[in-house]
Write a protein that binds this ligand. Structure first.
Ligand SMILES: Cc1cc2nc3c(=O)[nH]c(=O)nc-3n(C[C@H](O)[C@H](O)[C@H](O)COP(=O)(O)OP(=O)(O)OC[C@H]3O[C@@H](n4cnc5c(N)ncnc54)[C@H](O)[C@@H]3O)c2cc1C
Length: 303
């Protein structure tokens, strides 16, 4: 797999990848390169490895414990759209041959939001009899992503979408998800909604769950927040909606698994490979000082 090399002209985009926003980047100044390598090292805890084989190994291990998975190639900024499409196509071929309870997670912006590439990947997913799930990225890409999701649903029967609870638009996107019979993953969301940046993450999450309950084909509750996961799964169960808990590889799982143990819901783990990202924002340190501890711990554990 091609690896990204750091050039100074790419420092800003790399800083975003590491969870450092433009303001913090300016403040970091000369400490930038050190901070960059530190956070890059820390982010390694959140991918199975650089290669698909690393992700497959993790999936096989989880399958032995009765845990389902989803696999996602996390691209480098330097990857071309064609390169990313080929990585997705290869992952579908390999995952189909492994006979795992898994599906492929993809990022439409990494394919340049290109119709031809998305339908090519969707057609291959259909041929491989595997699900294809669209991750949610920056809000600016959401309109085009949902147009592509509708196109993909014409090619492949098992399509999924991600709905961030903090976005106003998610309550409208639910209608399309229900109409197309999509599998839905509900997340708090890493990107704020420009229309309501202060939206309470838990309230937004449960609003989306309530709108899906009794209507959606299947809902994955994707959070490590123990009380939120429990409440969401209980509401879906009460409405008779098929549901599961979905967790992210590398994030702590014990507390959330303990909180939902008696509900006996299926559990799935998202296993990324490729370019590592931190699943938290360093710019949030003031609001959540525990992030400093997380980045230190992750960098030390990354080996
Ligand atoms: C399977 C899955 C798929 C996702 N897909 C998307 C997507 O497509 N688009 C998107 O925008 N977002 C996605 N997310 C990310 C999600 O939006 C949140 O940013 C992320 O999951 C953190 O939110 P949380 O719900 O787990 O709650 P949080 O409140 O952030 O965390 C829950 C608990 O875990 C603890 N915790 C969290 N992170 C750490 C850490 N690194 N180390 C130690 N403790 C920690 C917290 O302290 C808290 O107690 C996904 C998340 C998951 C689990």
């Amino acid at each position: 797999m091609r690896r990204d090399t750091l050039g100074l002209e790419k420092v800003e985009s790399e800083s975003r990848r590491c969870g450092i926003d433009a303001k913090s980047y300016n403040l970091l100044g000369p400490l930038w390169l050190y901070a960059q390598s530190f956070t890059k090292r820390a982010s390694r805890s959140y991918v199975a490895g650089a290669e698909l084989a690393n992700a497959v190994q993790v999936c096989q291990r989880l399958a032995q414990q009765g845990t389902a998975t989803t696999v996602g190639y996390w691209n480098a900024d330097s990857d071309t759209y064609r390169f990313v499409a080929d990585a997705y196509l290869n992952a579908l071929t390999v995952l189909a041959s492994e006979k795992l309870n898994t599906y492929l997670s993809i990022k439409a912006p990494a394919l340049g939001l290109t119709r031809g590439l998305v339908t090519e990947v969707a057609a291959q997913a259909q041929q491989a009899d595997l699900g294809l799930h669209f991750d949610s990225l920056e809000p600016e890409a959401a309109d085009e992503t949902f147009t592509l999701i509708a196109e993909a649903a014409r090619e492949c029967k098992q399509i999924g979408c991600t709905l961030p609870g903090r976005w106003q638009r998610s309550l409208r996107d639910i209608d399309l998800a229900v109409e197309l019979g999509l599998r839905v993953r509900v997340v708090k969301g890493q990107w704020a909604d420009p229309l309501q940046p202060e939206m309470d993450l838990r309230t937004g999450f449960l609003n989306v769950i309530d709108c899906l309950a009794g209507r959606a084909r299947h809902v994955a509750v994707a959070t490590h927040d123990p009380s939120l996961a429990r409440e969401a799964l209980q509401r879906l169960r009460a409405a008779g909606t098929s549901c599961e808990l979905e967790l992210l590889f590398g994030l702590p799982q014990k507390a959330v698994l303990r909180a939902v143990k008696d509900l006996a819901v299926p559990v799935r783990v998202y296993v990324p490979y490729g370019e590592a990202w931190l699943p938290y924002r360093l710019s949030q340190v003031r609001k959540n000082p525990r992030i400093l501890w997380w980045v230190l711990r992750d960098a030390l554990l990354a080996g």
